[in-house]
Design a protein around this ligand. Structure first.
Ligand SMILES: NC(=O)c1ccc[n+]([C@@H]2O[C@H](COP(=O)([O-])OP(=O)(O)OC[C@H]3O[C@@H](n4cnc5c(N)ncnc54)[C@H](O)[C@@H]3O)[C@@H](O)[C@H]2O)c1
Length: 245
């Protein structure tokens, strides 16, 4: 197996952490970038791996992402796989949402995605992959999540436009769109066992998704088997979205 240089933005927790540890265990060189320094150090230390490297970044800041790109160029030279997993949310109704919440959510979930691909793309190797962690809620909409679903819907348009703008460069770009994945983020939205059990009952596959499910999709899309998949939104929902009620 050829070792790859992989950058995971939002890699210190949840889905991004699972992806970082998985690629790391396979021997790839993994740059784990995140805003949370403590979690970043923890994931590197606890992994016991010497091929995981921490980078502090605020993905919602253009300057910070540009610095990250410089640091990555210095340390790795090129990147084969870019995964954007940074994301934030909280539940707040349209009638109550304030401008600061809207702006902050857009900054991390959508602007940061743009900054990251814009800055890292010039470092990418031919044959590489970009995988964006979006959300199935941008397809269905979500009560109390107008800021979040709007940012994630933006990711769909951004990805499809990149496919057009970037042309025949042999770098495939896709969105993985999970719905409910067991994680700290899910605990914020569904804090009780009862609320999670209600969710589970809505899912034909019979369980909530796991970070491993998302990781498997990322590995497929960034590996040889998924190379011909380009410009797609892969909905990862256990069948919940399109099941008959
Ligand atoms: N958990 C779910 O059910 C679910 C469902 C659909 C989509 N998603 C998406 O999956 C992605 C990962 O979510 P998760 O469940 O692992 O959440 P998480 O909160 O566990 O992880 C998100 C990571 O992003 C980092 N982050 C936040 N703001 C940042 C910033 N400004 N700069 C850099 N890093 C930042 C956090 O520190 C954290 O490590 C997110 O984009 C989320 O929207 C999650």
């Amino acid at each position: 197996m050829k070792e790859k240089n992989i950058l995971i933005i939002g890699g210190a927790n949840g889905i991004g952490k699972e992806i970082a540890l998985n690629f790391g265990a396979e021997g790839h060189h993994v740059a784990v970038a995140d805003i949370n320094k403590n979690m970043l150090n923890k994931v590197i230390t606890e992994s016991g791996l010497n091929n995981l490297f921490p980078f502090e970044v605020d993905a919602g800041s253009w300057e910070s992402v540009k610095s990250l790109a410089n640091e990555i160029q210095e340390k790795f030279g090129t990147i084969h796989t870019l995964v954007y997993s940074a994301g934030i949310t909280r539940t707040v109704n349209f009638l109550d949402i304030d401008w600061a919440t809207w702006k902050k959510t857009m900054a991390v979930n959508l602007h940061g995605l743009f900054y990251s691909i814009k800055s890292i793309y010039p470092l990418m190797e031919p044959g590489g992959s970009v995988v964006i962690i979006g959300s199935g809620s941008a397809i269905t909409g979500s009560g109390g999540g107008i800021h979040y679903t709007s940012s994630k819907g933006g990711a769909f348009g951004l990805m499809r436009s990149l496919v057009k703008d970037l042309g025949n460069n042999n770098i495939n770009i896709n969105v993985v769109a999970p719905r409910v994945i067991e994680s700290d983020m899910l605990d914020v939205l569904y804090p009780t066992d009862e609320s999670k059990e209600c969710l589970r009952k809505e899912i034909p596959i019979g369980r909530l998704g796991t970070p491993k499910d998302v990781c498997n999709a990322v590995k497929y899309l960034s590996g040889d088997e998924g190379k011909y998949v380009h410009g797609q939104i892969l909905l990862l929902d256990g069948g919940r979205t399109y099941k008959s009620s």
